[in-house]
Design a protein around this ligand. Structure first.
Ligand code: NDP
Length: 442
């Protein structure tokens, strides 16, 4: 059943999320990233909505061409080039991998080749932008708003297709979820793991590519724009490129681990993931770099080192916490966490066909400090990106506010699901690890 609060939030997001993205990007394009000045202009009658809209770049053939080529190339890399990185990169797990057991008891196979796609794409980017000069490295920045319309078209098309597919030709009918509420189903998705053919998995493709492969390219394009406009790239821009670059590379290095995260393991594929991955992620996760094109902040050595440290500590916590759980689950508890045998709570649950499964919840390492300390590390890293932009404007701080809301909501959503899954065992776990994000506080 869909409660009224969820429904209201969904309707709000469906109506306003595209406008929020437009507002942020437009405010940079027309108001030097001030979020308040467009409002002041509108409220004082100095400008009308139509004035702002008329100044907004429209969809162009060039942007449509770039975007089509981009997505087609990512599909090609995903579907047709099996992973070779795992053959020569020690410690990297790629190639054919299995996902988690779905509620209907299905175990999907995935071709993990995201790192390879990232490397090939970036090698081609540098070769074409700096050696062959086929295009300018500022190409993304220069077409940013026309590309926004293309990303929206793809985001809506794929979400609508996923909805229709869920009704008429689902990949696995037993793993579909119908609430009967059209808006909820459109937003949160019907099918669990929609696929086309054997290998084109919507969730893995749209979550990782085209958005996350693009993330580092978008930042590089912003850095190139700074160079073009001011004859130099600021330390803040380098910092944002480095910290977000580490996050992106970490994502692809650990793509197999990603098969066990909530997005792939528990979320169904609807507008939330489809549109979110095509539009929200590439446009709003890169706001810091965009802001720095308009406001080239120089941080100085001390600030740069301080922010870098915060970013590194956040990343360390994020990665170590995720690694501890992954190691613990992969080895079924036969491992060491911080040099000791792991402590855990044994639990059981039923799948829809009534089969009983057993699982374990780790209560030592960072998992003994808080139930989602990985989110805490993520939030520290996110704060570092924002701090790199100084304190003159609110816009770059949207990211940390959004991440705090996203991860807190995710935490509550996940705990609700885990309680339904594990029942009294989950209660034992929350008694053993009482805090969610910050020990002693929340
Ligand atoms: P988690 O990796 O924390 O996974 C939660 C799941 O892990 C639970 O549903 C449960 O699944 C299992 N679990 C919970 N507690 C324990 C425990 N003590 N021991 C063993 N298993 C446990 O969450 P996410 O998948 O959301 O996040 C993964 C990472 O991705 C995080 O670091 C997060 O910060 C990051 N992330 C980043 C986003 C971004 O936009 N930048 C968005 C979302 C996530 P089960 O049913 O298997 O028991």
């Amino acid at each position: 059943e869909v409660d009224w609060f969820s429904l209201a939030s969904i309707l709000f997001l469906l109506m306003f999320a595209p406008l929020i993205v437009y507002y942020f990007i437009m405010s940079c394009d027309q108001y030097q990233c001030s979020l308040i000045n467009p409002l002041i202009d509108l409220l004082t009658g100095k400008k009308h909505l139509s004035d702002i809209w008329d100044k907004t770049p429209t969809l162009t053939y060039r942007a449509a061409g770039i975007y089509t080529l981009w997505v087609a190339f990512q599909v090609f890399l995903y579907v047709f080039i099996p992973d070779f990185c795992h053959k020569f990169l020690p410690g990297y797990i790629g190639g054919l991998q299995e996902g988690a057991v779905t509620p209907a008891g299905v175990v999907n196979k995935y071709q993990i080749n995201g790192l390879q796609a990232w490397i090939i794409t970036h090698a081609l980017w540098f070769a074409n932008a700096y050696y062959f000069h086929f295009f300018s490295p500022t190409i993304i920045f220069d077409n940013w708003i026309p590309l926004l319309w293309c990303a929206n078209i793809l985001g809506y098309a794929v979400s609508t297709f996923a909805m229709i597919k869920g009704y008429f030709f689902p990949t696995d009918a037993k793993d579909c979820k119908f609430t009967g509420n059209f808006f909820y189903d459109y937003m949160m998705g019907i099918e669990f793991n929609p696929r086309l053919g054997k290998w084109f998995d919507f969730k893995l493709f749209f979550n990782g590519r085209p958005g996350i492969v693009a993330w580092t390219l978008i930042n590089l394009s912003y850095a190139a724009k700074q160079q073009e406009l001011y004859g130099q790239v600021t330390d803040s821009m380098i910092l944002v490129n480095v910290l977000q670059g580490i996050y992106v590379l970490d994502f692809f290095w650990n793509e197999t681990w990603y098969l066990k995260t909530i997005d792939i393991c528990h979320d169904h594929f609807g507008w939330y993931l489809g549109w979110g991955d095509c539009v929200w992620l590439p446009y709003l996760y890169t706001l810091q770099g965009l802001y720095l094109v308009y406001h080239p902040v120089q941080l100085g050595t001390a600030n740069t080192i301080g922010i870098l440290m915060l970013g590194f500590i956040g990343y360390y916590i994020f990665r170590t916490t995720n690694h501890q759980k992954d190691l613990f689950r992969r080895t079924n508890g036969n491992c060491k966490i911080w040099g000791k045998k792991p402590e855990y709570i044994e639990c059981s649950y039923m799948s829809v066909d009534g089969t009983k499964y057993y699982s374990k919840l780790l209560t030592s390492g960072f998992w003994g400090w808080a139930r989602h300390f990985n989110y805490t590390g993520d939030l520290m890293g996110s704060l570092a990106y924002c701090l790199a932009c100084g304190f003159e404007h609110f816009l770059p701080y949207f990211y940390i506010i959004f991440m705090a809301i996203l991860l807190t909501h995710r935490c509550i959503r996940d705990e609700h699901r885990c309680f339904s899954k594990y029942g009294k065992d989950w209660k034992r776990y929350t008694a053993a690890v009482p805090y969610r994000l910050v020990p002693g506080i929340f």
